[in-house]
Design a protein around this ligand. Structure first.
Ligand SMILES: [Zn+2]
Length: 286
């Protein structure tokens, strides 16, 4: 599933290409009746044409098109969605669920094999994005804010990182990579992290996301950018989907556990669970 670096890569490509252009037509496939979450699909297709794109921003894993007349088009790619910017005479793409035509003769094609992707066309962004936590690359996410988030939670730290209401934008890839970079076992209760561990995690999240952005995201399965090109970060990950392969740091085999239904990859030596638990116990006893 595309996460913050993938969605941000798409945003950075689309903004200069689309700013100032207006939508002229919206075609929605009858085979994807759940794509448009709000308003009803017919209303969506009626309201979009004529709207000019004033800006393209991102919030968590959502792309946000700021449109003239005070409307926002919000796009969530979910599992297999891709937003492809093509000339209208380009060869057909597969699994296209929506085509949004633009006044320069180009079109945004929404390709989505699994059909979990979602569109919203709303006057108020808080309807869609209101419950999201802070952006990990913004100055708003300080070590002390992350400390507040972890202190309240007994859930595993990995679960906290995946919770979009706690922190917006991380998914399975970058949660695993950030925990490796911070040397933290994914099953550690969030509230057991010491101040210095939270600080390490804060730095690790930012480093991991910025490195992935440099690589234009990771293409493990379906992710492609707005031109249909894959990212490169899948070649630079430390633990994600490296089960059984040697850790680049210590040589131990990368392990995998299921955590909240998600495959979780980590190095048992670089990310110890036991030592930390013992330290936490000693701390609680003292
Ligand atoms: Zn290791």
């Amino acid at each position: 599933m595309p996460e913050l670096p993938e969605v941000e890569t798409i945003r950075r490509d689309l903004l200069p290409a689309l700013r100032g252009h207006a939508f002229t037509h919206a075609w929605l496939s009858p085979e994807a009746p759940r794509l448009v979450q709000a308003p009803p699909a017919a209303e969506f297709a009626r309201l979009l044409p004529g709207r000019r794109i004033e800006n393209v921003s991102r919030r968590g894993k959502h792309l946000v098109f700021h449109l003239s007349g005070g409307l926002y088009l919000v796009v969530h790619l979910r599992m297999t969605g891709a937003l492809l910017h093509r000339p209208s005479d380009a060869a057909p793409d597969r699994y296209v669920r929506a085509v949004l035509s633009l006044d320069d003769g180009s079109e945004l094609r929404f390709s989505d094999l699994r059909k979990f992707g979602a569109f919203w066309l709303v006057p108020d962004l808080s309807e869609v994005l209101g419950r999201l936590g802070p952006e990990p690359l913004d100055s708003g996410l300080t070590p002390s804010l992350l400390r507040e988030l972890t202190a309240r939670r007994r859930a595993p730290i990995k679960s906290l990182l995946l919770d979009q209401r706690a922190l917006a934008g991380l998914g399975n890839i970058y949660a695993d990579e950030a925990l490796f970079a911070a040397g933290l076992h994914p099953q550690r209760p969030a509230s057991s992290l010491s101040h210095s561990e939270v600080e390490r995690l804060h730095g690790a999240i930012r480093r991991v996301l910025l490195a992935a952005l440099e690589d234009r995201g990771a293409s493990f399965s379906d992710y492609v950018d707005a031109s249909g090109r894959e990212g490169r970060h899948q070649f630079r990950v430390q633990v994600f989907r490296r089960t059984g392969k040697p850790c680049y740091t210590c040589g131990r085999e990368i392990a995998r556990v299921k955590l909240a239904g998600r495959s979780t990859h980590f190095c048992p030596k670089c990310q110890p669970l036991e030592a930390a638990a013992a330290r936490a116990k000693r701390k609680a006893a003292s």
